[in-house]
Design a protein around this ligand. Structure first.
Ligand SMILES: Cc1cc2nc3c(=O)[nH]c(=O)nc-3n(C[C@H](O)[C@H](O)[C@H](O)COP(=O)(O)OP(=O)(O)OC[C@H]3O[C@@H](n4cnc5c(N)ncnc54)[C@H](O)[C@@H]3O)c2cc1C
Length: 415
């Protein structure tokens, strides 16, 4: 290891974690720094879907109207805090300009290869490293209460089949309640994506830390990046709240915090924290077999081996750290419309996380404009778990000069 290149990865979420993993696999000496605890921010309490089916970004036709409605009430999944409108305006404008079919297709085409490769790489790493993460490959259900919405989804299904070879199977009536007895009778129907899988994010992150440590990666928690030292287009060290770390390469994988490092990176990335909530609890007696998205309210349900999670909401309110009771109640009331036993006791955790939302729904994986040996991997929006392994591998390939397994031009800054 003494002659090996040293890379410092900044950020201990799923993106930084898998970047460190693939760099260590490529023979790099790796140090990962995390300002709080490894895996405890957005990569912790999310819904755990590894979902190649999710190629449609948040910016899609019709979303501007939904966003406007969400300024008037807290009872919608998508909410824009009117008090933060001035601060949010530049990002919202970029987002609004992407809410059309052409941009939606472009984002889908960019995310698809990373989603595909990540799903395959998860299978590989779980098997090879014997990672126990509650990995289940039953698929993912999109459930509709409203007949018109259920029927209209046939159009999205046709679009996903045609452009991404991503078919869903429709279920309705008794076929649906037989497939998933946890659902109430009388719902319009559901579409099943058999290609999707799910896992328990907390377990993913603790197992990832285990394999990183076993591979010799030095993980420094409670250590925040302050700035880079260097000149002439190269960084030589990162100043942290602890030691100063010299290295050959640096990777900034700080999720929603990326815009706060604008000075150091030489670019202000259009990323906003998209706040989501989850409640984790004991499994209900009639626990769903399938993970599912309750489409009209956008509430997501994830059954774990020993637990059960209800998650949702996309709130644009800046770096807001409050745990809002009305938003948590929204998850409970949404689930109650569809499930016999929407919640259970005891509650293990009430949580929020900041999704690193890009305006176009495509992550940034590129060199920093300021330093040629500083790489950025951030902005995975609603799909950071689903794109974790593929992103880590791609960053490692870019740094080591190996042939990239997906086209990096899709994720460049300034696209
Ligand atoms: C309710 C909810 C449900 C979701 N469900 C899914 C899902 O089912 N499937 C899916 O694919 N995605 C899902 N997501 C999105 C997913 O969780 C995120 O895209 C992903 O976790 C982002 O990973 P990350 O590593 O970029 O960010 P994070 O996990 O937030 O990691 C970034 C890390 O950087 C650290 N950091 C920041 N600044 C510094 C600094 N200066 N120095 C050192 N460290 C720093 C932070 O402390 C943090 O730990 C969901 C999100 C939410 C909120």
């Amino acid at each position: 290891m003494s002659g090996a290149q040293h890379t410092v990865v900044i950020g201990g979420g799923v993106i930084g974690g898998f970047t460190a993993w693939y760099l260590a696999q490529a023979g790099h000496r790796v140090t990962l720094i995390e300002q709080s605890q490894f895996g405890k921010q957005c990569s912790h309490g999310n819904c755990g879907y590894v979902s190649p089916s999710h190629v449609i970004p948040l910016a899609r036709p019709g979303q501007v109207l939904k966003g406007l409605k969400g300024m008037l009430t807290t009872q919608t999944a998508l909410r824009i805090n009117p008090a933060k409108l001035t601060m949010l305006a530049p990002w919202l404008l970029k987002f609004a300009l992407r809410c059309n079919s052409k941009a939606m297709m472009e984002a889908g085409k960019a995310c698809h290869p990373l989603l595909q490769s990540s799903a395959a790489l998860y299978r590989e790493v779980f098997e090879q490293q014997n990672m126990l993460v509650d990995w289940k490959t039953d698929g993912l259900l999109f459930v509709f209460r409203d007949q018109h919405e259920f029927d209209a989804y046939a159009e999205s299904d046709a679009w996903l089949r045609k452009h991404f070879d991503m078919p869903a199977e429709p279920f309705a009536g008794t076929a649906l309640t037989q497939l998933e007895p946890a659902l109430k009778p009388g719902l319009a129907g559901a579409w099943l994506y058999r290609c999707d899988a799910h896992l328990r994010p907390g377990k993913l992150m603790s197992e990832l830390k285990r394999i990183l440590t076993a591979a010799g990666v030095r993980v420094l928690e409670q250590t925040a990046m302050k700035s880079f030292a260097g000149g002439n287009g190269r960084a030589v060290a990162v100043e942290t709240t602890g030691e100063t770390l010299t290295a050959d390469n640096f990777v900034v994988a700080v999720g929603a915090w990326a815009p706060l490092l604008q000075q150091s990176l030489g670019v202000k990335l259009p990323i906003q924290p998209g706040k989501g909530y989850s409640i984790t609890m004991a499994r209900p007696k009639l626990c769903p077999k399938y993970p599912m998205i309750l489409e009209e309210c956008h509430v997501a349900i994830t059954p774990f081996e020993e637990g059960y999670r209800v998650g949702s909401t996309m709130e644009f309110s800046g770096y807001d750290t409050s745990l809002n009771r009305a938003r948590l109640n929204y998850l409970r009331s949404g689930a109650a419309e569809y499930l016999h036993e929407p919640t259970a006791e005891p509650v293990e955790e009430e949580w929020y996380g900041w999704r690193p939302m890009t305006a176009d729904g495509i992550p940034y994986i590129d060199r920093s404009p300021r330093f040629g040996n500083v790489w950025i991997a951030a902005g995975h929006s609603m799909l950071g778990i689903s794109m974790g392994t593929g992103t880590g591998k791609l960053v490692a390939e870019l740094i080591t000069g190996a042939k990239p397994h997906v086209d990096p031009a899709l994720y460049r800054i300034g696209r």
